[in-house]
Ligand binder design. Structure first.
Ligand SMILES: Cc1cc2nc3c(=O)[nH]c(=O)nc-3n(C[C@H](O)[C@H](O)[C@H](O)COP(=O)(O)OP(=O)(O)OC[C@H]3O[C@@H](n4cnc5c(N)ncnc54)[C@H](O)[C@@H]3O)c2cc1C
Length: 258
């Protein structure tokens, strides 16, 4: 293992943060227990004093196929998983297109689009060196209790990449903001949409510094250039407060604030 400086103002999808020392974990290393693991930083908001961080090296970015089982390392970027699935005619990963991040981030967030979620197609996960079946892991909407660091996951091969589904889900992305963001800031509360609530309390397009609730999709916090952690945190807290006052609904962050 070794340290690498990552500039989060460039690396994170929302382009907030500063150069920070991150411990790079290589295959065979004992993974420290006192550091926070990041993936592609597509769902993170980094403060000025984040906890000690670590990241899995490209040693964990592999795809192997044997006996109709795919074993994928968790540092593998989602885009490369979709390309592999398309090239080898495998079904199930179509929704991962334009869902930025790594397999590890997807597993930890149970990331998904509409009714398609990574846990639907998952077989088992290697956590802290042990293979654990999906049925033994508590999971739900944008949540999975991995209880440790996932280094690889297995999926049963299903033949038939679904190009029509791929196109359909890709089209959904056209309604998404193009400015830097960390995806949805809040989880959708049961039976409602965080975006609708943010819009209803008048915050769609509301700006603080260079950070704003997107005009395109109100649940996306977007960085118009020099948005800061403070601007983002202010807008998150404001939305929570206003939605609580107006609807008595407690919005829960999907974005991880470090
Ligand atoms: C433009 C845009 C669109 C998006 N659209 C969607 C969408 O449609 N659906 C959706 O679900 N999400 C969406 N997201 C959010 C994001 O893409 C997902 O949450 C993604 O899975 C994050 O992956 P990551 O590797 O970047 O994880 P990070 O943001 O780096 O980390 C997220 C969490 O995963 C944990 N983690 C990462 N790797 C591991 C591991 N190996 N073991 C254990 N824990 C780990 C981290 O500790 C952290 O808690 C979007 C984001 C953006 C910027």
């Amino acid at each position: 293992m070794f340290f690498k400086t990552i500039d989060f103002s460039k690396y994170s999808s929302i382009k907030v943060g500063q150069p920070t020392e991150v411990l790079m974990i290589e295959k065979g290393d004992t993974i420290p227990k006192d550091r926070y693991l990041i993936g592609g930083a597509n769902n993170l908001l980094i403060s000025h004093s984040p906890p000690p961080l670590m990241i899995l090296s490209k040693d964990f970015a592999s795809i192997e196929e044997k006996d109709n089982i795919l074993t994928i390392g968790t540092a593998m970027p989602t885009g490369r998983i979709v390309s592999y699935a398309k090239k080898h005619n495998i079904a199930g990963f179509e929704f991962c297109s334009k869902l930025p991040g790594t397999l590890g981030g997807m597993l930890a967030m149970n990331a998904g689009v509409k009714s398609y979620e990574i846990f639907n197609i998952l077989h088992s996960v290697e956590i802290d060196g042990k293979w654990i079946k999906k049925t033994e892991i508590a999971h739900g909407y944008r949540f999975a209790k991995l209880g440790g660091i996932a280094t690889a996951a297995k999926f049963k091969r299903i033949n038939g990449f679904d190009q029509a589904l791929f196109n359909e889900l890709l089209a959904l992305r056209s309604n998404q903001p193009h400015d830097p963001s960390a995806g949805s800031a809040f989880k959708n509360p049961e039976g409602d949409h965080a975006g609708r609530l943010i819009e209803a309390v008048g915050l769609k397009g509301f700006r603080k510094g260079d950070m704003t609730w997107s005009e395109v999709h109100a649940n996306f916090l977007v960085n118009l250039g020099d948005g800061t952690f403070e601007d983002a945190k202010y807008l998150i807290d404001l939305a929570k407060q206003k939605v609580l006052e107006a609807f008595n609904i407690e919005l829960k962050e999907e974005i991880k604030i470090l």
